[in-house]
Design a binder for this molecule. Structure first.
Ligand SMILES: *Cc1c(COP(=O)(O)O)cnc(C)c1O
Length: 435
């Protein structure tokens, strides 16, 4: 299968090319020429399938011209090493827990899959690759864990000094091996600008293989459809319509849900639940797309996005037709005050601890359910609450117990190099350290 650019001004490419290029030259986003429909036999039998089996079938539907069954199986075995359990809160309310991977956020699905598939293509051609990534928190951890120990790949992660949580920093700075962390004396935007400049530096590009691992890479998007189908498979037997509420920032997660729907997964509707960076909910209401710049800081900070990068992909899926958009996605947004009340309510009503992002998805579903009844609601939990401990403590009034995996991490010693937000200093570092 070939991929096109949503701006339609770049040539078609193969999956391999799209994965290593990241962005097409016209600055659009790569999308598969067609989204494969899974067979009715698949949908008939899906109830008994493991998430790994579902992942295999979906990957095969996209990559069957590019990868053999054996290679696809290898990639799934390597990448999907954890489950996505559905926590049942009551007869019609479920939380899809996407935080059981190595960095305890849903970004593990995309990052691990991308790492495995890149590593396969590199082994085949015996090339070396350097991944450069700027992170404001969760992306870096998932990328670090996903690429850890992958042959022929070196990863450099830039993060803003003092602006990521302690657990997030430890996730970036304690692996060692092929993962290096750079602590930048500046903001997340500075980190992103440094990485962008490196990708435009012809001198660096002539010396090293460089690639990005950010969320617009198509190899991160496809594996996020696995868990929607998995959730559907576990709820199908109840015989009711299913509504998915997705806490959204760059809208990769929700776009993956739309892809699953295109593959013929039955869904009543998606709920795009955001914080006050409500660009997409406002677009659904008014038909006008108005980015927010700079984005507004909130306690659901992984969703502080003022110009969602996957918006063009959603437009492409809906053929640029606002009515199609509106019939598939309902929008809603919540303030920090409402988010905190949501966290408290989940704890009090259901004895369930959820991170701020997850609480927003819950609130989206609750709002929808007051006007619509009779369906099963699934809200996606995008991270473990312990990754946002200081805010959780403030809201709950006590310190919840955190998983041993995370408390052990706090005890490890951090290893990172500190640089100023200066391109000269960054480039010097890269010239010395890239492979
Ligand atoms: C990245 C992230 C989101 C937003 O996901 P998108 O795919 O960018 O919409 C939500 N919650 C958490 C915890 C995240 O890390």
């Amino acid at each position: 299968m070939k991929l096109f650019s949503t701006k339609k001004a770049s040539p078609l490419v193969t999956f391999e090319e799209a994965i290593f290029q990241g962005l097409p030259p016209d600055n659009g986003l790569y999308m598969p020429e067609s989204i494969p429909v899974l067979s009715s036999e698949f949908w008939d039998k899906v109830e008994g399938m493991s998430i790994q089996k579902i992942a295999f079938e979906i990957t095969k539907a996209f990559f069957k011209d590019d990868l053999s069954d054996d290679v696809i199986q290898q990639i799934i075995d390597e990448a999907i090493t954890f489950d996505a359990p559905l926590a049942k809160l009551n007869e019609s309310l479920f939380c899809l827990e996407l935080f059981h991977g190595s960095s305890m956020a849903f970004k593990d699905f995309g990052a691990r899959f991308m790492a495995s598939i890149m590593s396969y293509f590199l082994r085949k051609s015996d090339q070396k690759l350097n991944i450069l990534v700027a992170t404001s928190g969760d992306t870096g951890g998932a990328v670090a864990q996903g690429f850890y120990n992958k042959a022929n790949i070196s990863v450099t992660i830039l993060y803003p000094k003092g602006k990521v949580s302690e657990i997030q920093e430890k996730q970036l700075t304690t692996l060692g091996g092929n993962i290096s962390a750079l602590e930048v004396d500046g903001t997340f935007d500075d980190c992103q600008a440094l990485v962008k400049q490196a990708f435009l530096d012809l001198d660096l590009k002539s010396k090293f293989g460089l690639a990005s691992a950010n969320s617009i890479n198509i190899a991160r998007l496809i594996p996020q459809s696995f868990y929607y189908v998995y959730a559907y498979s576990r709820l199908k037997g109840l015989g009711k319509d299913i509504v998915f509420s997705v806490p959204s920032g760059n809208f990769g997660n929700l776009t993956a849900g739309l892809i699953a729907q295109k593959m013929r997964m039955p869904v009543k509707t998606f709920i795009a639940a955001t914080n006050v960076n409500k660009v997409v909910p406002s677009f659904i209401e008014s038909g006008e797309y108005l980015p927010i710049s700079p984005s507004i800081s909130t306690i659901s900070n992984a969703m502080d996005v003022g110009n969602p990068s996957n918006f063009p992909r959603m437009e492409s899926i809906f053929n640029n037709d606002i009515n199609q958009f509106r019939s598939s996605i309902k929008g809603c947004y919540f303030t920090d005050g409402e988010t905190k009340d949501g966290i408290k309510e989940l704890k009090e009503k259901f004895d369930y601890l959820a991170c701020p992002h997850t609480a927003i998805a819950y609130l989206g579903l609750k709002k929808y359910s007051t006007e619509n009844s009779g369906s099963i609601g699934v809200f996606l939990s995008t991270a473990h609450f312990a990754k946002f401990l200081p805010d959780m403590e403030k809201v709950l009034g006590y310190t919840p117990q955190i998983p041993k995996r995370l408390s052990d991490l706090i005890g490890l010693e951090k290893s990172s190099s500190e640089i100023k937000a200066s391109y000269d200093e960054f480039k010097e570092y890269l010239l010395q350290n890239l492979i």
